[in-house]
Design a protein around this ligand. Sequence first.
Ligand code: GLY
Length: 433
Amino acid sequence: MVGGGAREHCIASVLARDDVELYTVMKNKNPGLAGLSTDLFLNSETEVDKVSAWAKDRGADMAVIGPEAPLEMGLVDALEDIGVKCIGPKQSCARLETSKSFTRDLLDRYKIPGNPKYRVFSTAKGMKEFMEDLGEFVVKDVGLCGGKGVKLSGEHLHTLDEGMDYAGQCMMKRGAVVVEEKFVGEEFSLQCLTDGKTIVGSPLAQDHKRLLEGDEGPNTGGMGSYSDADHLLPFLTQDDYDAALDITKRVCHAVRQETGNDYRGVMYGGFILTADGVKLVEFNARYGDPEVMNVLPLLETSLLELFEAVVDGRLREDMVKWSNLATVCKYVVPKGYGVKSEAGFPLEVDEAAISSTGSRLYYASVDERPDGLYTGTSRSLAVVGTDETISAAEKKAEAALAHVKGNIFMRHDIGTPEAIEKKVSRMRAIRPA
Ligand code: GLY
């Protein structure tokens, strides 16, 4: 396992249902992953040579790459060169996440639906006119920015000049910038597994990127997410799911034609349902964090067998079966997170009490010291309630949160009937039946 967050803790805990021997590379010691692992390598996950030498030394058969940064650095290419099969795409295929212009151009070239009006600029020539034509617009750093590279007019960019300034900064850093139409609607995540030819979907989930209740405040890595028992979301239909899956399938085949490589691993599409149907916000080349926690624990078949089928190129759609249950995931973060985290404070986690609520617990950025757990600067841990309805799952997650104490913050609105109803009525106004 490469990575030490709640996403990786969740993947590892589902893999651990089978007889796996787990070795984990992570920067900080995640106590959940440490408990599941035979051995740990506490090291940066992007030091490709060191990570692959360690994997070789431990005799690894397969590597699961959790975060995007090692994919960008070519860790999969290096591991495959020494015979370690990977859940995660090669560097050329990972451009689906690591280069925003690659993905927009790919959809355009292969006539795949879902793109906004967009242009990739390497100079400011014509940019202001394009922004004016669009009215509302988005400026995207072409590369990885940990979720902070996308700025929207009316939200982060209040004038055309602010838009031009930010685009200028992006061009200085990367040599290019994407300017595109701003979509209006509700976002959702479809996380698929693929061996490059067959694609299997999973239940949809909706993340909450804003720090504060009511979807206010600065963007974060994600404060929590929910999924529904029918694997759709309360504001969309099976046709919308099918449209997102169809885009994913077409993109997967386009990536093969473009790169000559099979994309092996996770294709996580960030979609938005608009008045004009399903549109693509972005693709990620790994599971969503938090959305993986809504989905993988519901898998009734073996994740290990699925991963083996992916790396061997023999994935079949009938290999996945999901429980018909709803989930609500809520992250606990250090106070100040999203602005300036107050890190290094003791964190009290009553694991037994959380387990007695029927919720799951996944550790993220916590530091395990001899005298207990301490918060890091990033998200600390997540709890996931599972039940027959979103509302019942939400109550379970809330019951679990009562057993986490410290200098912490969390959103209590995620998954509540009021919050869900707001999304449904917003979508109804955007796209009347
Ligand atoms: N849920 C946001 C992300 O994983 O990028």
